[in-house]
Design a protein around this ligand. Structure first.
Ligand SMILES: *Cc1c(COP(=O)(O)O)cnc(C)c1O
Length: 333
């Protein structure tokens, strides 16, 4: 079964060799307080300390390094304004390639200047993410740029999978690995790596209750759209693509479970990360801790939670830490 999936353990090992030295091998840290709480050892994979502030650099770097010299000289393009946009800008610049990031006119100036500072060409077009994506399609069709999507691409999934290899190499006895889940590139890659090395280790996807597109798609048996709503875990927003080709099939084959979290639970995860672990994580990066604290994880052995990113607006982070109204909707208080 697993051998017919678009990304194999061998592909992930090749990605690890390719990106070695270009990304940080992030540390794992045991959390005594979460371990006491869960009744089994809990380890935190501190991937929010990755260059550019999230694991997205792994996939973006592997994708850029996998291009032919001709493709690389034409440049790469994406429409992401979040962690993928930052990562692709950084990865392209590191290899001497040009990244073009398309954004709508509604994207705030601080996000634009951050990505520009990382060396990308910025195209401001239209009033929505969809219009920005149309500009990406035009640049691919008319100017030959190469699109590097945020999750649904074999080289991106293989790059994210290197995070799973690091986890299972460091802790072969891991019983359960908790993975933040949106489009499923991270979960697909990590699960392929973990299951490839240790088939009995459980891999669980974690996402917010509000707008969980992969969860709805897994339940429906095919990619479906869900209404997008604001969440503290903003990096987990967005759909999986109705024409999804890689990450959906892999998540369906490899994930043992998907668990949903309320806004209040995600906020509690961020607070625990800060107050007890001394770590600043964004909402998406806190879902593993959130699920443990909510008592939603049952594991007979060591648990690893991936802290996937730290790119949170610091004013919002302060409000969450202080328990001020920073959440969305009635369930959040
Ligand atoms: C993109 C992202 C995720 C989700 O990754 P997918 O591959 O889309 O499932 C989780 N956490 C952070 C911080 C991210 O930037």
């Amino acid at each position: 079964m697993a051998s017919t999936l678009p990304v194999s353990l061998e592909g992930i090992r090749a990605a690890a060799r390719r990106i070695s030295g270009r990304v940080i091998e992030t540390p794992m840290m045991q959390s005594p307080s979460l371990g006491d709480f869960a009744g089994v050892p809990v380890h935190l994979k501190l991937e929010h300390h990755q260059t550019t502030g999230s694991f997205k650099l792994r996939g973006a770097t592997n994708a850029v390094l996998s291009l032919s010299p001709a493709e690389r000289s034409r440049g790469v393009v994406a429409a992401s304004t979040g962690n993928h946009g930052r990562a692709l800008a950084y990865a392209a610049k590191a290899e001497g390639a040009v990244a073009t990031i398309c954004m709508s006119q509604l994207v705030p100036e601080n996000k634009i200047s951050e990505i520009r500072r990382l060396g990308a060409d910025i195209r401001i077009v239209g009033l929505s993410q969809d219009e920005a994506q149309l500009e990406v399609d035009r640049l691919v069709g008319e100017e030959g740029l190469v699109m590097v999507p945020p999750f649904d691409h074999p080289a991106v999934v293989a790059g994210q999978g290197t995070l799973g290899l690091e986890i299972i190499d460091a802790l072969p006895e891991a019983a359960t690995v908790l993975v933040p889940l949106s489009g499923g590139g991270l979960a697909a890659g990590v699960a392929a790596a973990i299951k490839g090395v240790s088939p009995k280790t459980k891999v669980i996807g974690l996402t917010m209750e509000r707008g969980a597109a992969m969860k709805a798609s897994l339940d429906a048996g095919r990619p479906v759209q869900v209404e997008e709503r604001p969440s503290l875990a903003d990096s987990l927003g967005g759909g999986i693509g109705l024409d999804n080709r890689v990450s959906f099939a892999m998540c369906r084959a490899l994930l043992d479970d998907v668990i949903l979290l309320t806004e209040a639970e995600i906020a509690a995860g961020m607070r625990h990360a800060y107050s007890c672990e001394r770590e600043i994580v964004e909402g998406a990066g806190a879902v593993g801790i959130a699920a443990l604290l909510a008592g939603k994880i049952r594991s007979g052995g060591p648990v690893v939670a991936i802290l996937s990113g730290r790119n949170v607006d610091m004013e919002q982070h302060r409000r969450v830490i202080n328990g001020e109204a920073a959440m969305f909707g009635e369930d959040g208080s």
